[in-house]
Design a protein around this ligand. Structure first.
Ligand SMILES: Nc1ncnc2c1ncn2[C@@H]1O[C@H](COP(=O)(O)OP(=O)(O)OP(=O)(O)O)[C@@H](O)[C@H]1O
Length: 527
């Protein structure tokens, strides 16, 4: 398998993942030394999330000063296995790396609390799971790169190199802080992993203190970078590649010189360890209160290298290891205080997509060709040759609409004239109108239709429901109002109740059989 690290562009992809750091606490059993000096276990995990300090002899002032119960995403009793800790507190975060998200798993705690014990197991389990994932996803081609470093006395050292030359840190605008000249081994297989892990173990600075015979005197970061792409297009420089890094961080343990009885080299190491852990604590505390103000990442190499993992483009899990011994209560409380701040810190992981420059150029060329052919195609609505036809069609549409507008204006003018004439006629013939008070009938108006040449014997009727009066207009040329015959009241009721206002009805609609009665008769009935 070849490396994919050619000229490339890293782009944060879709699937932004803002979340809080996953914080768990692991309580280890009392060790032989602690048992021999009759130390007692003062801490107890009362459920999956809460650990309590259970010393009954606690003074009242101590009780008021310190919390006795602490809650986290997960707490592990002293009899929990590292496999269990991995499965429940690290696996989910660590394996995000195969989906293109950066991730980090840290162990934090005082010296001899079980950080190396925990991280050794977690690193192996996670890499084994990554291999298992690769076997299941044969449609993708994977490249795994392994690197390892330690920060010893504030110097960065390559754990895969025999040289003890301190490495420089560089600031990369895209990738954050990087370590110059750090060896990156492309992993061949699982045996290669085991081999490299044992090289790291052998190279790491270990020293004996009174608290831990094999105390780690440096912070160790084992880093795995995973790149993957779909197999069919792999190696042809025309694919996008997922690229992410997982860090397994085994921090050196905080220690009190009086307890670790260190002096000389160990004392100097302890000072460096404590100072960088103090910076880490400050960074976490400030981040837990939001990202306002200055965050002192640059105060230590550890926080510079881990900046992305602490608040950037990464998913992060922190496992805080705690000794149960009463003699370490102060250190344990400090660890739990750190854990309480850490659980308030938010990171924002994104899927990292890498597109090789060649692939990017090819993609853009293909897109350009597609657009050009679309422009040339005769069917294309964008074709330049179709513009004149399109314009002609639009002109015709405009012409048609203008014609319609003209016609509508004419119709409106005619209607206005008719209304005028009608009003005029009503005004002129006002005297011939006979008003009848018919309070309970719709307003009916009997009148001559303006355009209609009414024959001698005809009269028209217009209903006006706005008024309760019944108005009857006679054909003034032929008759007087007294000559009129009208339908009986029930007839009006039946036939004109729903007549629209202004509708003209000829009286010829009535037949003699409708038994017309004289006007006076009708008036009599209505009163
Ligand atoms: N959960 C555990 N169960 C059993 N033994 C443990 C557990 N945790 C730690 N130990 C033992 O305790 C001792 C100290 O553990 P370890 O070296 O992992 O501590 P550490 O926190 O890494 O210390 P340091 O910071 O000094 O390196 C080791 O002998 C280890 O085997």
């Amino acid at each position: 398998m070849g490396t994919m690290d050619c000229g490339k562009e890293v782009m944060p992809g879709s699937g932004s993942h803002e979340e809080k750091i996953y914080v768990s606490v692991r309580l280890r059993p009392l060790n032989t030394k602690e048992i021999l000096r009759s130390d007692v276990s003062d801490w107890e995990c009362i459920n999956d999330n809460t650990i309590i300090y259970k010393n009954a002899n606690l003074s009242a002032s101590e009780r008021s000063m310190f919390p006795t119960a602490y809650t986290f995403d997960r707490v592990f009793r002293s009899d929990c296995s590292t496999r269990q800790v991995y499965e429940q507190a690290a696996k989910n975060v660590a394996l995000s790396v195969v989906s293109g998200m950066n991730s980090s798993v840290f162990a934090y705690g005082q010296t001899s609390s079980g950080k190396t014990y925990t991280m050794t197991g977690i690193t192996e389990y996670a890499i084994a799971d990554i291999y298992e994932y690769m076997q299941r996803h044969t449609e993708r081609e994977f490249v795994l790169k392994f690197s390892a470093m330690e920060i010893y006395n504030e110097s960065v050292r390559d754990l895969l190199s025999a040289d003890c030359i301190p490495l420089r840190l560089l600031d990369d605008p895209e990738r954050g802080t990087t370590v110059e000249k750090l060896t990156e081994e492309i992993l061949r297989d699982w045996n290669h992993v085991i081999e490299l892990l044992s090289v790291c173990e052998a190279q790491r600075q270990i020293g004996e203190t009174s608290l831990n015979e094999t105390s780690s005197r440096s912070h160790q970061i084992i880093r795995l970078t995973i790149e993957s792409s779909l197999r069919e297009v792999f190696g042809k420089d025309n694919s996008s590649i997922l690229s992410a890094t997982v860090n397994f961080v085994d921090l050196a343990g905080s220690e009190r010189a009086s307890q670790s009885l260190s002096e000389g080299t160990r004392l100097k190491e302890g000072c460096h360890i404590n100072r960088s852990l103090l910076t880490l604590g400050t960074v976490i505390r400030k981040l837990s209160k939001g990202r306002n103000g200055h965050i002192p990442y640059r105060d230590s190499k550890l926080t510079r290298i881990l900046q992305t993992s602490l608040a950037g483009n990464a998913r992060t899990a922190i496992i805080c290891t705690v000794s149960p011994a009463r003699s370490h209560v102060e250190q344990s409380r400090n660890t739990l205080l750190f854990a309480s701040c850490a659980k308030e810190v938010t990171t924002n992981a994104q899927v990292n997509l890498v597109i090789s420059e060649k692939a990017l150029v090819k993609h853009l060329q293909r897109e350009l060709a597609r657009l050009e052919s679309e422009l040339r195609s005769p069917q294309s609505t964008l074709s330049t040759s179709s513009y004149p036809a399109l314009l002609r069609e639009k002109d015709l549409q405009i012409e048609k609409l203008e014609k319609e507008v003209k016609e509508l204006i004419q119709q409106r003018d005619i209607a206005q004239t008719q209304v005028k004439d009608l009003l005029h006629m009503l005004g002129d013939d006002g005297n011939s109108m006979i008003r009848v008070g018919l309070g309970h009938y719709p307003h009916l108006r009997v009148q001559k239709s303006p355009e209609y040449e009414i024959p001698e014997q005809e009269t028209s009727i217009v209903a006006d429901p706005q008024s309760l009066d019944l108005d009857i207009r006679s054909d003034a040329h032929s008759r007087t109002s007294s000559d009129y015959h009208f339908a009986q009241v029930p007839y009006f009721e039946e036939n004109f109740r729903n007549i629209s206002p202004g509708l003209v009805i000829s009286s010829s609609n009535f037949s003699e059989s409708d038994s017309f009665q004289g006007w006076e008769e009708m008036e009599k009935q209505s009163n």
